[in-house]
Design a protein around this ligand. Structure first.
Ligand code: MG
Length: 379
């Protein structure tokens, strides 16, 4: 049976890979909705190829271009258009490939509409994990992880009982500065930070990988996805990015999921679950790779990891501020307004300065998002 899909963020790195998957299985998947923030040309090209029912262009200045290029398709615009599309209930799965906190509300709206979500936007769970989990239960909706580490854990947990889990072991490559001495961190340039050794990704997540905030956010994401206490979630550095994560059980048995670092694999699995679909992608050749190595994360150099653990322990509004402050600081670093080392410093300041809320609702979270953005912009 054909699965009707909505792909939000279709012109980003995740979206383009998702469309590669859809293209190879036209009998399995049909694209009904697409959204892009600013890449109008690519959105138009995608719409010509896949003939969706509607598209959204986030950047309103490009609406006329998209509108006139796609006369037979419904075209919406701006944030409002995106939220409207995310609320539609005539698809079975929404793949959320939107970057950053902007992806949170679309996740919530799709769940409210009774639509399963394939989630690449980890920020949704970091900011609103509690709210999202309650909505999933209420609506009987599934959340399928796209993040490679969480896809790995999900696959390792298939057929297992929760009581048998000793801990989750999230792997991370360590990013481009794993071996760089701390004394040189203040000289890190944008180009160096964007140059990830293994994964080809968008700019925001590449910087998050360089600061290792990405791993911290993934710990919070795992907490909400797998409902385990924070003590049972560990990080290990694995520079080759072949083992995507592991689960250790109470008898000492450890299961791992392996693969080449290619996001098409976890994207496809989130869409094809519980089946694996045949693909002739480049194969994993372990003899060629030779050795897989592991080390402890350096919490002194990568301060963002500890900040994320602390925010998760504090709970409430703290992960919201952590996430938004990080995002804004990353954008300021990308604009060369602040040094690399200022990112964790600014996050720490924002967390200290905010008015803590134990149980923020959606309006509280949106208000905190605005407050935090303004705080980092004037810091
Ligand atoms: Mg990941």
């Amino acid at each position: 049976m054909t699965k009707q899909l909505s792909v939000l963020g279709s012109t980003g790195s995740i979206g383009v890979n998702a469309l590669n998957v859809v293209r190879s299985y036209p009998d399995h998947f049909q694209l009904k909705y697409l959204s892009a923030q600013s890449k109008a040309d690519l959105l138009i090209e995608q719409a010509h190829e896949f003939s969706p029912k509607a598209v959204v262009i986030g950047d309103e200045s490009q609406f006329k271009t998209v509108r006139s290029a796609l006369p037979a398709i419904e075209v919406l615009k701006g944030r409002e258009g995106l939220l409207e599309l995310a609320s539609r209930d005539d698809v079975s799965t929404m793949l959320n490939g939107i970057v950053g906190s902007a992806g949170m509300e679309p996740t919530i709206l799709s769940i409210r509409a009774g639509v399963d979500v394939a989630l690449s936007n980890k920020e949704s769970l970091v900011m609103a994990g509690d709210l999202i989990n309650r909505l999933l239960l209420e609506k009987g909706v599934n959340l399928f992880p796209v993040d490679s580490e969480h896809s790995a854990i999900w696959q390792c947990l298939t057929g297992e009982a929760k009581e048998d889990i000793k801990r989750l072991i999230i792997t991370g490559s360590g990013g481009p500065f794993r071996t760089l001495p701390w004394e040189q961190f203040n000289k890190i340039t944008v180009a160096e930070a964007l140059n990830h050794p293994n994964w080809s990704m968008g700019k925001k997540i590449s910087i998050d990988s360089a600061t290792m905030m990405n791993k911290g956010l993934e710990v919070i994401e795992a907490y909400w996805l797998f409902d385990l206490p924070v003590e049972k979630i560990n990080i290990v550095i694995h520079p080759q990015s072949i083992i995507h994560s592991m689960v250790e059980f109470v008898d000492g048995s450890v299961k791992a999921q392996l693969g080449l670092p290619d996001m098409k694999i976890p994207i496809q699995y989130a869409l094809s679950y519980p089946r694996h679909l045949q693909q002739d992608w480049e194969q994993l050749d372990l003899a060629e790779i030779g050795s897989l190595t592991f080390e402890k994360p350096d919490l002194e150099k990568f301060k963002c990891i500890q900040l994320a653990f602390d925010a998760l322990e504090a709970g409430g509004s703290q992960p919201v501020v952590l996430n938004v402050a990080n995002e804004e600081a990353v954008y300021r670093f990308l604009k060369e307004e602040i040094p690399f080392t200022a990112i964790p410093e600014m996050i720490t300041k924002a967390i200290k300065a905010h008015d803590f809320l134990e149980h923020p609702d959606l309006d509280d979270i949106l208000a905190l998002e605005k407050w935090t953005q303004a705080f980092i912009q004037r810091s």
